[in-house]
Design a protein around this ligand. Structure first.
Ligand SMILES: Cc1ncc(COP(=O)(O)O)c(C=O)c1O
Length: 387
């Protein structure tokens, strides 16, 4: 059966009520008929549900769909994308290990790698996503894992997944990737040798800006270690959020098609706008890594970015002039969203620090929504005319 069909049809067991939409198992714990059944469940002799911090049928339904979409052997769902990222690293590394991480990762992942892991004596070297020679130079005898995003946030740099797979094999490293920006519809890193794939389900997977969620997918042995760590530390996804996210997966494929088509049309139109010095979108031939993007992505994704010639001041004016696009720190929504990292999320950094993580003064990131594309373009163009 096609992945798209399974993302719609995989379902927790129907209740005696014979509901059509999937049931929601909103319960903290599960009961047993006999003391022996309960003993066997705790002894891992059966797969019976015990407690929703460990497993829950609604959460399992979401995980099963995600495994199909990513081609993964196993998975574990978490309360947020950061819980997925954190646990995928922390459950598999120990004091004395070394991690290589791309420098242009999501802000909280950057903080985790540079501020928190060192507290536990896990060393991290940051490298530029699109510079393979930096990855090679960073390998040490105690290197255990690489962590990366592609496309990166917000500069949309692309790292060659085929190269990364071979690199990890050569050095016997765990290949861990946050695939949130692409979504499992656009890119499947396991095909290129990834061992662990995480998602912030808060973004394209929910797709409607309602709930937080995350998921870690990949090799059965590694996911089991992550599961055992999470079972005892408690970052599990709530059944309610899993129900929302599982329903969302039924429409992810069609939504991503529209998000990607809208993003490509916006990026193409903006390339000739006189207020902009450059536009970046993975499927624009002008993107520096276009040849890699078309090799590993089915479409260009729903995000694009551009640089305003007028710098920080123009960025502020642009946001203030928008009438349709939302100003909000999220992405992957039905509603188009604009953000200006230099004056908002990264305003506390010095300009040199911002530049080192790819945040230029006039950088605007657009998350293309599902609105009619002409309305999105008209709003962006009228706002540009006021910068
Ligand atoms: C690439 C990426 N990874 C992880 C996260 C964290 O996800 P969450 O907010 O669900 O914890 C985000 C959030 O914006 C993100 O953009």
């Amino acid at each position: 059966m096609h992945k798209q069909t399974q993302a719609i049809r995989i379902q927790a067991e129907q209740s005696p009520e014979k509901e059509h939409s999937t049931p929601l198992y909103l319960t903290s714990s599960f009961t047993f008929d006999t003391a022996e059944d309960m003993r066997a469940a705790f002894a891992d002799e059966t797969d019976d549900n015990i407690y929703s911090r460990y497993s829950n049928p609604t959460v399992d339904e979401f995980v099963k769909k995600m495994c199909v979409l990513e081609g993964a052997e196993a998975g574990f769902a978490t309360a947020s994308g950061m819980a997925a990222v954190f646990n995928s690293i922390f459950a598999l590394l120990k004091a004395g290990d070394h991690l290589i991480c791309c420098s242009s990762v999501f802000g909280s992942t950057y903080a985790l790698a540079t501020k928190f892991l060192p507290r536990y004596n896990i060393e991290c070297t940051l490298v530029k996503a699109n510079k393979p020679e930096e990855w090679e130079a960073a390998v040490k005898p105690n290197t255990k894992m690489i962590f990366l995003e592609t496309p990166t946030n917000p500069q949309l740099e692309i790292l060659d997944l085929e190269w990364a797979g071979k690199f990890c094999k050569k050095h016997n490293l765990i290949f861990n990737i946050d695939n949130c920006f692409a979504s499992p519809i656009i890119q499947n890193p396991i095909e290129f040798g990834a061992d662990i794939v995480s998602h912030s389900a808060t973004k394209w997977i929910d797709g409607q800006g309602r709930v937080l969620g995350g998921v870690v997918l990949g090799r059965k042995d590694l996911v089991h270690e992550i599961y055992m760590f999470c079972r005892n530390t408690g970052p599990s996804l709530s059944a309610f959020n899993a129900w929302v996210l599982s329903k969302s997966l039924e429409t992810l494929d069609v939504r991503m098609e529209r998000h990607c088509n809208n993003a490509l049309s916006i990026a193409t139109k903006l390339e000739s706008n006189e207020k902009i010095s450059w536009v970046k979108y993975p499927f624009l031939p002008s993107h520096p890594e276009y040849h890699i993007a078309i090799k590993q992505m089915k479409k260009g994704g729903g995000l694009l970015c551009f640089e305003l010639k007028g710098g920080i001041e123009s960025g502020r004016k642009f946001l203030d002039a928008l009438a349709l696009l939302s100003m909000t720190p999220n992405l992957g929504d039905t509603r188009s969203i604009a953000s200006h990292p230099a004056s908002t999320t990264h305003s506390k950094l010095t300009e040199a620090e911002r530049l080192s993580v790819g945040i230029t003064p006039g950088l605007i990131r657009i998350s293309a929504g599902l609105e009619n594309v002409n309305d999105i373009i008209n709003d962006i163009e009228q706002a540009l005319s006021k910068c």
